[in-house]
Ligand binder design. Structure first.
Ligand SMILES: [Zn+2]
Ligand SMILES: [Zn+2]
Length: 90
């Protein structure tokens, strides 16, 4: 039943993301490292969990919390220049 499989994978991914965010205290790890603050002077909240080792390379680490990094949207976009959205080339 592929339907069940999809939901199961989705639930696992959500649980993984929650663990990554929780470990980071729900703050963006990149912004925290560089001491960046949001426009209100608060630490930048993380909204997503990024796979440090890409899934295509290391599917075995897909649900490894140590392979997760909590990021805000701006930092996450920088991690994925291939997705567009950030036209700054480095
Ligand atoms: Zn950030
Ligand atoms: Zn990512």
């Amino acid at each position: 039943m592929s339907e069940y499989g999809y939901h199961y994978t989705h639930a696992r991914h959500r649980a993984w993301r929650q663990k990554v965010l929780k470990r980071a205290g729900y703050l963006c790890e990149e912004c925290k490292r560089y001491g960046r603050l949001d426009k209100n002077g608060n630490p930048v909240a993380a909204v997503t969990a990024h796979h440090i080792q890409h899934l295509e390379d290391r599917p075995d680490l897909a649900y490894d919390v140590n392979n997760g990094q909590a990021l805000c949207l701006a930092c996450h976009n920088k991690k994925h220049p291939e997705k567009g959205g950030d036209h700054n080339r480095r």
